[in-house]
Design a protein around this ligand. Structure first.
Ligand SMILES: Cc1cc2nc3c(=O)[nH]c(=O)nc-3n(C[C@H](O)[C@H](O)[C@H](O)COP(=O)(O)O)c2cc1C
Length: 221
């Protein structure tokens, strides 16, 4: 698979089959992905991958926390407000997903079931957690973004699907405890990895993109 094919075929999977992903394949994905560039080769990332019992402990705790109504408190806080154009795209994306899944999210029970998929870690057999030292700033976060997309593209090449989600790191305390992640690391982001359930309604939607004319300004050509 070439890079353009991987870029075009990757999409966020929100429901996985419970087929395991072997450790060697995950290592090959990560080995390719850590070729990502970083500020002055600082390679600020620390990667934890949860599978098996460790992941089940996180999954159980995450579901329990959400059912208790515990507020999410990711190490990296979520933005409180978005510029109007972005808010609109978010709303459009939710509406389109609703259409594709055939689910009516104005119904409280449906909304709960959809959000529970996140807390169930999309039923993935493994989750990759990207961490960095708490003292680091936005440029290292930028590096982690490069790493995240590299992981997802490499995974695509190995026939795997991925679900990048901030909701996967909503309860960092339980992740830290299950994986023994030191306090001086922020748990920045989670990427569920495995084999997507192609028949699941949540995997039907494909996101749109702004037109290239709207996004890119090429001057002097
Ligand atoms: C930083 C970030 C946070 C995200 N958080 C969530 C999340 O919590 N739950 C979720 O279902 N998807 C989450 N996503 C997936 C996005 O919704 C998805 O990438 C976007 O709608 C575009 O769709 P695509 O990945 O299928 O192209 C997140 C993606 C990123 C990059």
């Amino acid at each position: 698979m070439d890079v353009i094919d991987a870029l075009n075929s990757r999409f966020t999977v929100r429901a996985f089959k419970n087929d395991a992903v072997d450790k060697e394949t995950i290592l090959k994905v990560l080995e390719a992905a850590i070729r990502a560039p970083s500020w002055a080769d600082t390679q600020p990332w620390q990667i934890y991958v949860a599978g098996g019992d460790a992941l089940e402990r996180i999954r159980r705790a995450s579901l329990e926390n959400s059912l208790k109504g515990m507020l999410r408190n990711s190490d990296i806080p979520a933005p409180k407000n978005w510029p109007p154009a972005m808010k609109k795209r978010m709303e459009d994306m939710i509406a389109e997903r609703e259409k594709a899944t055939g689910l009516d999210t104005s119904d409280k029970a449906v909304r709960l079931a959809v959000s529970q998929l996140n807390y169930r870690l999309f039923d993935a057999p493994a989750v990759i957690y990207l961490c960095m030292d708490k003292s680091l700033g936005p440029w290292s976060m930028f590096d982690l973004g490069l790493l995240a997309q590299s992981i997802m593209l490499a995974a695509t090449d190995y026939g795997l699907n991925t679900g990048p989600a901030v909701m996967l790191v909503g309860y960092p305390g339980t992740i830290r405890e299950a994986l023994n992640i030191p306090e001086d690391l922020s748990i920045v982001f989670g990427i569920a990895i495995g084999y997507g359930d192609v028949n699941h309604p949540q995997n039907r939607a494909r996101s749109r993109r702004r037109s290239i004319q709207d996004v890119a300004n090429l001057i002097g050509f």
